[in-house]
Design a protein around this ligand. Sequence first.
Ligand code: AMP
Ligand code: MG
Length: 557
Amino acid sequence: MVAATVSGLRSLDDLPFDNRFTRDLPADPSAERRRRQVEGAAYSRVAPTPTAAPRTVAWSPEVAALLAIPEELCRSDDFAAVFSGNRVPRGADPFAMAYGGHQFGTWAGQLGDGRAIALGEVLDRDGGHQILQLKGAGPTPYSRTADGRAVLRSSVREFLCSEAMHHLGIPTTRALSLVTTGDQVVRDVLYSGDPAPEPGAVVCRVAPSFTRFGTFQLPASRGDLDLLRALVRTTIAHSFPHLSGGEAPSDADLPELVPVWLTEVVERTAALVAHWMRVGFVHGVLNTDNLSITGLTIDYGPYGWLEGWDPMWTPNTTDAAGRRYRYGQQPQVAHWNTVQLANALLPLLGDDPATLQAAVDRFPDAYEAALQPLLAARFGWNGWRDGDEDLVAALHEVLGRSEIDQVLFHRDLADVPVDLAVDATPDGPRLRDPADRHRLLDPLADAWYAPDEIAGDTAEALVGWLLRWAERARAGGLDDEARRRSMDAVNPRYVLRNYLAQEAIDAAEAGDAALLHDLLDALRRPYEDQPGRERFAARRPEWARHRVGCSMLSCSS
Ligand code: AMP
Ligand code: MG
C-alpha cells in the first residue's frame, strides 16, 4: 500500500498510484488497439498516443492541491507531457473502460472510452482514490469510427464547466489540466458537410469513479452475469463501502444488497438533477452512458446554461427535433435512465423485480426531497411548506411571459424589499401605494432581455407574484440579513454562461488564454459578488443569441 499522505510531490513519477480498478476487475486479454467488440472484460489496457507539441494552457489550483502537485510542477514541461499522454509516469497502468448505453432512448450496444484513457488511480491528499483520465488521448478498442481525439473548443468547455460546477457545490468529475497538443483535429462543427481542422487538446479529468449506468448495461445485454457481478461487487467496495461494512461483498450478498445500492444510486441521481435545476444547467446528452453510478455530473458535451426561463430549451442541436434532453425534462429522463439500470441489474435478483421496482419508484420523491430545501433557500423561505409549490409554479408562469434572465432574477431577488405596505384582497396582497411598484421591480431590472415588455399585464403579474413571495418570506421569520445569506448561498452570481465560454474559446484558439484564466478565477467564487467582474455576471448580449457555440451546440467535439 502506498503512503496516503503526500506533501508536495517532487516529480510526477512520485504520484502515489494505487490502481485498484485494473487490479480488481477482469482485463481484456488482447492488447490490440484495433477497434473491436471487447467481451468478458471491464477495460482494455491501452497507452495514450503521443502528440506533436503539448503545451499547458490552464490547470485547476484546487485539483492540483488535492493531488499534492505543487505549482512548479504544474508549470513544468513534464506536466504537459504527462497530462497530454506523451509520457506515462511511473506506477501508471493506462486503460480504457468498456461500457454500453441507451443513446436518445435506443440501445446502442458497446460504446466505451473511445478517446479517454485513464492513466490509473492515485491516492489524493486525503487518502481517497482519484482516477486520472486523459480525454482526447488517442484511439482505443472502443473508438468505433472516430479518431480518439478532442478539440480545444470542447476541451475548454469541459475544463471550465467541471470546475465551475464543483465551486457551485454540485457533484461532478473534476478537471486538473487543459493541454493543447500541437496537432490539428478535423471536425464538422454542425454536421453540415463542412469539416475543418481545429486545434487539438487533452483534458485530464479527475474523479473517484468514471463508472456509468452503461457500464452495467453492457455485460447485462450480453448475458455475462459473471462480469456484471464483478462490476457490482467492485463498485460497491470502491464507491459505496458503507453499504457492505467496508468489505467487498460476495455474490451471495448481492440479492439483498443490490436493491439497497440501487436506492442510493437513485437518490444520488435525483439529488444531482435537483442541483442542475437550481442553477439552470442543461446537460444536453443524458444517455445512460453519460450518467455516473456515483451521482457525479459527467461528460460535458453540448451542455448549456438556461438564460431566459424556458423549460423547453435544449442547447444540443442534435436533439433539436425531439428535445428529449431539454431543461424541463431532465428529472423524467434521469428517472428513465435509472429504470434502464434496474433492468440491467434484474438478473442478479433471480428475476424478482419488486425490490428493484421499489428502488426506482423512489425517484420522484427523492427528487422533490432534494429540490424543496434548495428552493426554500433560494427564495429565502426558511424551510418548505405545503403550498409553496403553487407559488413556485406561479413564478414560472410569470417568468415565461417575457424573456427574463433566470440567474439574475434569482440572485437579485434578494434585493427586493419584503416590507412594503400592502392591503389584503381576495386576489392576494396589493400595494397600498402604487408608486412602490418601482421598489419591487427596479432591483430586478438587469434581468429583463426586453425591458419594453415589462409593462401592462406582465408587470402586474410580476408585482403580484413579488408581493406573494414577500408575504411568504416574512412568514418564514428570517430577518433581512439571514434571508439574504440564505438566498446568496444558493443563487449564484456567476455561472458559465454559454457566450462567456465561447469568448474564452475564441481567445484561446487565437493563442490568448487570459480570458479563460480570468473566467476560471471568477467561477471559483460563484456566490460572492466580485467587484470589477460585473462583465461575467451580465445578461447574454444580443450577438450571442444565434451564434454557434453560444446557443447552438452539437455533439461534435
Ligand atoms: P459522448 O457523446 O461524448 O458521450 O460519446 C459517446 C461515445 O462516443 C463514447 O463511447 C465516446 O468515447 C465516443 N466518442 C466520442 N468522440 C470520440 C472520438 N473523437 N473518438 C473516439 N470515440 C469518441
Ligand atoms: Mg459520453
